[in-house]
Ligand binder design. Sequence first.
Ligand code: ADP
Length: 486
Amino acid sequence: MSYIIALDEGTTSTRAVLFNIKKQKIERVKNVPIKQYYPKPGYVEESATEIYSSTISVLVDCLETVGVDSVLGIAITNQRETVIAWERSTGKPLYNAIIWQCRRTMDFCSEIDLRYGNSIKEKTGLKVDAYFSASKMRWLIQNVPEVKSALERKDLCLGTIESYLIFKLTGGKSFVTDYTNASRTMLYNINTFEWDEDLLSLFGVPRHALAEVVAPDCVYGEYEYSGRKIKIAGSAGDQQSAAVGQGCFERGSAKITYGTGMFMLANVGDKPKNCDAILTTLGYGGAGKPSYMFEGSVFNAGSAVQWLRDGLDFFKRSKDSERLALSVSSSEGVYVVPAFTGLGSPYWRSDVSGLITGITRGVTKAHITRAVLESMAYSARDLIEIMQTEGDIKLDKLRVDGGASQNDFLMQFQADVVNTPVDRPGESESTALGAAYLCEIALGIKSVQEIASGRQTQKLFTPDSDREKYEKLYDGWKNAVKRCLL
Ligand code: ADP
């Protein structure tokens, strides 16, 4: 038996997934939680040392489970935008990892957004925001003496998580970052495929502190364990990795992940496309070529189900929401806009809060639950409409994953509301699967075509033919959002 180990370094945990090459199946998942630190309001950090030691512990667990000789490669997927500063000569971290959620550079970002927002969007596909890596790197250089001193000695590495892990796992031999991760830094020009000189000087980040940008389907180096050398191959940011796991290689293919938030990526082809309301990011388009992906994020999706479960005590388990929603035949005009932390794409309003409309005396928790599930499907349609128009694409189907994609009511309603089939795969771990696939491509085990054709559908939801009904329902949602934006 031969295996690939896919390391999935996420925001709250580090996981290693054991992928059986012959069966093309995930056989084991080993998970270790990661502690978050909040040193000041809006600050979010994690220990870089803990990120690495947890990675080693889950990796070794998987290596020992199947025996080091049967592991052909190690792949990596990671939380994106998070930044680590370390010393090149020793590999020693110089500060905690600044997590993507951290808002410490918000004021600086608002300033530069006013002056350079449009040109930054053109170059990087991103809206100026504290999420992205560039302003975090600037903060480290300006505020941490050890970082400044390493920079002056030309001994500084500034990188995203995958870049730090590859550096450490190869004993400092490789300092690389794949272009899916680079495209989330706000320093990488997605039109020219280079670190952008203007942006480097705007953020005060010198080129020599940044990694060499490589493709997601390459061999990056070797990890030595028990006298054996294992290839490190295949790397992508979590969302782009999930798109690979779902086989979104072609223009017009798209995936939606329904987790705490909802994340959609749609492949718009190999020519850059820019649109104000959504981000453009680099994804993997098959051997040797990147694809441009439209990316939309809805901040609150499954979190609204959690709110019904834990905040309002409507039910015990998230999956009970399905039974409750199906106990009524419609939401009877009730709409819930769960904008707990503002609205993400395509509205970008962090100042608004959520609302419930259409309440009459007969409304029960079943109607509200149904309306919450429906809100996820409507939010997805908001994104899909813009992506199809601005990206000049027609989606053939929607590939879905994430916790709430297990909800059949929601998936059927999704298909009905967007008038597009919804395809739920047999393997729900799309993110880790994508990294394992990239490793297979890098090592020449499988081709992109073989991977795309090997994808299995667990359930296909086809849209209802009563279009008028769903158009009317969606109009109601647009009205509710309008009120929310007032
Ligand atoms: P994340 O990776 O963002 O933590 P997951 O993909 O594990 O999220 O999904 C968990 C989220 O999905 C939770 O917010 C939970 O409330 C919601 N969820 C899980 N199962 C269901 C279900 N069957 N129906 C509706 N929501 C669900």
